[in-house]
Design a protein around this ligand. Sequence first.
Ligand code: DGY
Length: 340
Amino acid sequence: MPHTTSKVVVTRNLIDEAQQLLEADNSLEIVQWKSDQPCDRSWLLENVKGASGILLMLSDKCDDELLQAAGEQLKVVASFSVGTDHVDREALKKRNIRLGYTPTCLTDAVADLSVMLILMAQRRGGEAMGKVAMGEWSSMPWHPLLMVGPQIRGATVGFLGFGRIAQATLKRLIPFGISRALYLTSRAGQPAKDDHYGLLKEPSVPTEPAKSWEELASESDVVIVGCSLSPSTKHLVNADFFAKMKKLAVLVNIARGPVVDTNALVEALEKEEIFGAGLDVIENEPNIPADHPILKQPRCVLLPHIGSATIDTRVDMATESARNLLAGLRGEAMVNEVEL
Ligand code: DGY
């Protein structure tokens, strides 16, 4: 039998375990962007020609142009991410190309970071560390109201989007003594479709669907953005939303930057419409220059999209993406596949 090879394009250096999985398959011709920097678009368009599979990152746009450049033999796209807003699903569907993603292995890491961001925003972590780092501690000796902020105990926590990560975050917040959880999905007022941790059947804190974004904004002490980015969620958190929020409430975004209108957030922080914010993502990331207005807000903590950045999780995401790619090429079941 003639030995046939399939070309696969990989848009980044991979962790060893994942690289070995791909290299163990000697029917593959692996063409790889061997760097930790984002893959150059023109390199990708050039090299994707004739590929049967692509393993890409959330920074690589997967659109009609890319699929057309690849050609008709393309069978599978495996994304090293849970979010797939960088992928044009319709374009894949009409070509019968399968899409793999990594929705489960990063849940704990991102939920952990959500808790960290809530506490950083409420307890003014960024502002406090900034003052110490600037040598200002001696000018602000201990006093009863030094750097006080709201407490998590007793809080109503509002979730925009109530998937795995949101539910895993809620699970972590219950031992802190929160009093209530509200959530909003695309079906406002309706119970969440999936109960990932048995929190909905027998909730140990009242957990209810919000009837509207207005209800969620006005009743929550903590608002957590955990929904995916789509035309209907872009700028879901905008000036009107902030105007409804409590003055002592904090906003956390661990999902995608454009769900929050950054200009409106800056204004809400300036006008003290809300107490603070903890962001792992922001519009136009990673292009945030040192003079960006959000960085002038002492009550905003901004991290460089590190939600899933634990060693274990990144190993799992890499191996799962490689397995999805291989399964797509072989016509087998993926670890996780998006229903297109
Ligand atoms: C994802 O996977 O979509 C996260 O944003 C990064 O881990």
